[in-house]
Design a protein. Structure first.
Length: 322
């Protein structure tokens, strides 16, 4: 978010019992940005949205614009939005070239990152493809198999949805849903792993699978194979009179905006962000942690760091022992 506004954090509270992690509380503690937009002139509120988010500003801004258009009766079928797609690809590159090497004890690939973001901006797919199949990335892939991981992929993954289909599942949003969204009454994970689950060619451990899904989305773009449903997909539908909803697939997963108008002012505004899906209190993270040995707290911290990175929050995270 903009300077002076705390973007919040994902907070893990861990309690141990009999030498193991006995309980994990996961809470996404973020300011209620949507509430601050209520009562504002609609066009001004929408222009403000991308300024309030440090990450995925393109996706947030586009979701706001599409939701407002839909509230005014202008719907939008699912399509790949080039600006949102480029933003998602840059986020994937940041994770793979800057964050993952450090997580694995390697040096960040800073020069490669600068070059790769330029190739995406210029549409130079072949150059990016060469990097993504080169020795540096392959070395990171091998290192992924050497770190402690979770041996299964058990999770409830959010299916691909467009705005119109989402209305059949959730006719209206409310603040409780925005804080803890659910699919068919249960926590569900979103992101590249959910988008690519059906295309997964071989089983992989949980953390590695999520990293590899991001890599494959990058490789799809480089090969010219990206299709609707990939990161960068956007759609919008009119929910009711003077109400519109937009869905955008960001790097981290499904982002949803819903706007209700009162004339030309915002009567209600709801945002459901990927972090709220992926860091649900009943989601994957507590399942991965509960039952692990807890006598070495530094080891728990390292494992938690890898788990959090696999799920990729859009804000900082903190761990507290109870």
């Amino acid at each position: 978010m903009t300077a002076g506004i705390d973007a919040g954090c994902v907070r893990l509270r861990i309690a141990s019992a009999d030498g193991r992690v006995g309980a994990v509380d996961v809470a996404s503690e973020r300011p209620a940005v949507a509430q601050a937009l209520r009562g504002r002139p609609a066009d001004k509120a929408v222009r403000l949205v991308p300024l309030l988010f440090a990450l995925c500003g393109q996706a947030q801004g586009r979701a706001a614009t599409l939701a407002l258009d839909a509230a005014r009766g202008k719907e939008c079928r699912a399509h790949l939005d080039p600006a949102i797609q480029r933003e998602a690809l840059r986020e994937h590159l940041w994770r793979w070239l800057l964050d993952l090497p450090l997580l694995l004890g390697e040096a960040a690939m800073r020069q490669e990152f600068v070059a790769a973001t330029g190739w995406i901006a210029a549409g130079q797919r072949e150059k990016l493809g060469a990097l993504l199949t080169g020795p540096g990335i392959e070395a990171l892939r091998r290192r992924l198999t050497e770190v402690e991981d979770v041996d299964h992929l058990e999770a409830n993954f959010l299916p691909l949805l467009d705005a119109q289909a989402s209305l059949g599942r959730w006719p209206r949003f409310d603040p409780d849903f925005c804080r803890q969204p659910h699919w068919q009454g249960a926590a569900a994970e979103t992101g590249a792993i959910a988008r690519r689950l059906a295309a997964t060619a071989a089983p992989a451990t949980a953390f590695a699978a999520r990293w590899l899904a991001r890599l494959e989305e990058l490789r799809d773009w480089a090969a010219g194979n990206a299709t609707v449903g990939a990161g960068g997909t956007a759609s919008a539908a009119s929910a009711a009179a003077a109400s519109g909803r937009a869905l955008v697939e960001t790097a981290r997963g499904l982002l949803m905006h819903e706007i209700v108008l009162d004339g030309e002012r915002i009567a209600d505004y709801f945002i459901v962000a990927p972090t709220e899906w992926n860091f649900h209190p009943q989601g994957s993270l507590p399942r991965w942690l509960i039952g692990r040995p807890a006598s070495d707290r530094e080891a728990v911290q390292r494992f938690a760091a890898r788990a959090v990175a696999a799920l990729d929050p859009c804000v900082r995270w903190e761990l507290e022992w109870l």
